[in-house]
Design a protein around this ligand. Sequence first.
Ligand code: LLP
Length: 448
Amino acid sequence: PTAARRDRDGALMIGGARLGDLQRGFGSPSYILDRADLRGRARVWASAMAEEFWEGYGMAGGRAYYAAKALACADVVRVVTAEGMGVDAASLGELTIALCAGADPALVGLHGNNKLDGEIDLAIAAGIARVVVDSLPEVARLEAAAARRGVGVPVMVRLKTGIHAGGNEYIATSHEDQKFGVSVNDGGAMEVVRAIAASGHLRLVGLHNHIGSQIEGVGAFVAAARIVLDFRGRIAREHGIWVPEVDLGGGLGIAYSGADPVPTSPATLARALAEVVRERCVEQGSPIPRVSVEPGRSVIGPACVTVYEVGTLKDVSLEGGAVRRYVSVDGGMSDNIRPALYGAVCTATLANRASAGPWARCRVVGRHCESGDIVVRDVDLPADLRPGDLLAVPATGAYGWSMASNYNYLTKPGVLAVEDGAARWAVRPQTLEDLMDLDPGLAGRPLP
Ligand code: LLP
């Protein structure tokens, strides 16, 4: 599940550097980003959506937009865009970062179920590739903003297809009873299409459906694509136009531990989408749309590990005489909320040295004042694990740093980019002074 390898002595390496050396030099917890691995994943996505791939199916190439919500910083945006990905933003911050990092506005999209005026204004002023409309009231707001500037705005419509997919309830996003998109089943989506058609400044360039996240296999994507294409046919019958692009969103799952299934590859998804889109368009006698996607997790997730230092060890007696060793590390739910929030399952491995066992049944926990502050619920770690050892938790690149908090006034760890053995901060860690500066009662005070 991770880009890390071990050297001859059994110490974990990432990006050509020993994790132990990185931790000594830069501290922990840190998100360690293997830049070459990220570049490779971005390249795989970009080429799965590129012209050459789709030509084989008699289709035009689409594009893969990197979902910045997974982890947005200048270095990551630059690496993925250099490989040919666009960027999908879902807030003013993500949009600003994408543009400031140098992403071509013509390859940037904007999402949001409650877009702020400032987001709409920036999207229009920058001339981004597409604004993904999420509701009927948004059409009027976009039209007014576009009219004020006297420019046309390319829009997609985010559809609710009724497909229920995703690793858990919080990240399934296309069943009816949730907040995103407009339904193809209750007339809502067609109403939005009509409003766009009647507007003076909005141009319908695509139909969008993000079904959810951490999805296994291609079945749900294919089912969603069929529904989107059927809706495209209904638009053609009513308005006489074939919408030129469909975007199937992000959502491809990754492996967080060896227990997870081998993830579906971008090429496998692209092939499945090419086949279903072609087949449906032949049945419909329609021109074939371009197909795009918006992966986040599968681009950045496996490219990072989190490194922690082991602190307190505590053996807890369980019913039946068994013992569970609680291994406290120097981070926790503030740098990885996924286990506590979604019941997500991660694993951990000893990073600074080799071990051949024997093993002890461990629970890796953080430093926060909640018993739910669990990083890894169940993992076998060396029985001789001691304070000062390092643990690596793989595949934390997506929704780790981006969902990190300052709970218990912990500072947010940095993202350390490593390549060819050399490391530098892609995002530096927060300091206590950074946090205190936000508080007028504390700003500028010397530390005690
Ligand atoms: N496009 C849209 C409209 C999205 O809402 C998302 C993710 C993506 C693309 C990217 O999906 P991905 O390829 O990363 O699955 N915090 C959760 C995941 C939330 C996903 C939100 N939307 C987690 O840690 O599992």
